[in-house]
Design a protein around this ligand. Sequence first.
Ligand code: F0G
Length: 457
Amino acid sequence: MNIPYSEPYKIKMVEQIHKSSAKERQKWLKEANYNLFKLRSKQVFIDLLTDSGTGAMSDKQWAAIMEGDESYAGSDSFFRLKEMVRSLTGFEYFLPTHQGRAAENVLFSALIKEGDIIPGNAHFDTTKGHIEFRKAEALDCTVREAFDPDIINDFKGNLDLQKLENALKDNYKKVPFIIVTITCNTTGGQPVSIENMKAVHKLAKKYSTKVIFDSARFAENAYFIKTREEAWKDKSIKEIVREMYKYADGMTMSSKKDGLVNIGGFMAFNDKDIYEKASVFNIMFEGFLTYGGMAGRDMNALAQGLDEASEFTYLESRIKQVAYLGERLSSYGIPLLKPYGGHAIFVNATEFLPHIPREEFPAQSLAIELYLEAGIRGVELGAIMADRDPVSRKNRFPELELVRLAIPRRTYSQNHMDVVAAALKNIYERRDKIRRGVKIVKEAPILRHFTVDLERL
Ligand code: F0G
């Protein structure tokens, strides 16, 4: 018999989570106006809202916290973190920030001006937000297959090189950089291959522009390269990470994912000029250069976390746990985005609930059902999140209407995954009886999903 994969750690501390009754959940969800963001965490049993900042730290990270140096300037913790980032990526210049979108704010303040075009692979919301806020355009150049849930392709995060070259050919003077998101969250946690990174970098050099990696899940991307890209199968994760960053001029990072910490972010570059420009904004928006919105102890925990996240045994158990949930759900016939992502499973809600029209928000309706069934919180990635068109004010209906089940790192057991799978199976079996969705009763003009009030129809 094959010995199954298992977690390369054991449990030293536990946190109570709360089971509730169906009646309690009905009441709480009604009070929250059917918006899962408005629930209190104590009302949730298994929380798959996000994998961001929700993971568990190791004993070594907690030990590193005790050794944090809280000096305003020249903190030892800063140098420890900077050295870890340099050894992983090769980047000499480093700036800490309080989280990923703060790194975007600082870097884009330095590099983007009105009318610019920033090509990339399905930019993450905050990335797009920070580009559009500066009256520039986030131009999506992701490969077409990424938007077809049934096409199995190893690297659905890749950029379409022809599309990218067309954009560069016409506008290269307006492109301060290309942004490559590894793994690509928006297309379902899908990786980018080394081959694609190399080709994007080559095009960038041809048209005298730069490449920045949005690196929130860089280690998960490296795992997919090792297991899917033949040339890299015998290399260690750290060797692959080093290779990946040869094809970037800089990076932004949300440390809340593959940094294995609860808060934090940073930028790193090999270009002194970018560093100097960004430094000015970092001091204004984040803090002095050697802390940038982070406590010394948190920089220590992050340095240790980056080291642990870029180890194969950890990544294997992480990605296989996500795939385990995917396999369970697939075996029940539940429609999912494939291949399974690195950090989450995405349920195709329009196929799951075909009777509910798009105007009644099937993904939100499914997320509501899942909470009512077993106290599990996922998140809608569909028409509510897509907001209204800024000009026509009509609802936008994205190509895919999904519920994301994001798995926090080192937090839940295989048994919890079985609970999630069983709950969705129960809903799937009674799906014909779910014929109506929800309607919006109150919404904010932008980013409405966080605060929207809904009514069940
Ligand atoms: N880039 C990517 C690819 C992300 O997934 C996120 C956050 C950010 C940047 C912004 O980082 O939250 O530290 O400011 N993603 C979270 C999520 C929120 O749930 O997917 P942040």
